[in-house]
Design a protein around this ligand. Sequence first.
Ligand code: UT7
Length: 342
Amino acid sequence: MAYEIAATGRALPARRVTNEELSQTVDTNDEWIRSHTGIGSRYLAEPELANSELAARAARQAIAQLAEKTGASEEDVTAGLDMIIVASVTGDYLGGVPPTSCLVQNLLGARQAAAFDIQVCCTGFIYGLEIAAGLLAVNPGYKKVLLICSELLSRITDWTDRSTCVLFGDGAAAAIIEKTTAPSSGEGKRGLLRCILGADGSGGGNLIVRRGGSRFPYKPGEIVDKPPHIEMDGRAVYNFAVKSITETIKALLEQENLSVHDLALIIPHQANARIVQAAQKRLALPENILYLNMSEYANTSAASIPIALDEANRAGKIKRGDIVMFVGFGGGLTYGGALVVW
Ligand code: UT7
């Protein structure tokens, strides 16, 4: 059996905010942001937009792509989804009550699908892929899992903190993972070859939304100056990111007995171009192997890798049989990588 990414989709809010526009309200400038991060703009959701709605839009794109590919109707593709997973740290409701995945299930009308959320910060897509393949492997009745990574980071961004607010954006992307009869190893192998997942909880405080959870809940009558927001030790996350990306790329290649020249593309988490370039230098990666789009979308956490994947897929940059690597890191601290034959 193989676990293949059969279709992808993405959705972004309408409003694109450039560095110049941001520097009118925050003490920053385009030169600093570009030179320190590679970011040029981000998309920010209008106040009325719910995460579940953006997630459903991305999902519909993937459903439409699969319908077109197979000749089935979109209703039939939707009716064929066995599980919906939403990876997000900015779900519609605190603590995921109700889970955003259930709200998306309802919006899609995918009544037969079970649904649950995962919260793995920026590594959500990679954890989600492994979970999706695992579910398809253990349940003989399952054929298709819809994995959606959707974030409204603008809702937990401190817009007075220039060291974090310039980094983040909103966005969603989806992938339909399908169980097929192709082999997953050996001659003609397809789909997900291998995942590496990891975590280092000792770094949990380096990227944290401190208030609003059960550890430090808001108290009745408490006056707060800011809503729950991301606090980050940028330098600590940077160092962790470079190390974990470098080691994960190396380990994945070794474990699958591949050289970097066997890969068509590496799609990293789109947090900061400098992080990826540092890993590229350490591993002497070929010039054009990394797919980078943070200049357009900034860091959309879990959504960043699948947004880039959908973009590359729709632009025809990945062909059937290509080997693609995903690699990510984020709050937790978590990290991971995956190798897929397209
Ligand atoms: O998904 C995971 C999410 N997290 C990450 O990926 C974060 C990883 N870390 C990073 O990407 C980098 O550490 C940052 C981009 C966050 C910061 O870059 P840096 O080169 O580590 O800058 P820094 O924090 O050391 O700050 C350097 C200077 C400081 O000024 P002084 O103290 O040297 O005068 C900051 O106040 O840059 C200043 N600065 C800014 N200046 C203009 C910090 N943010 C800004 C800003 N605009 N937005």
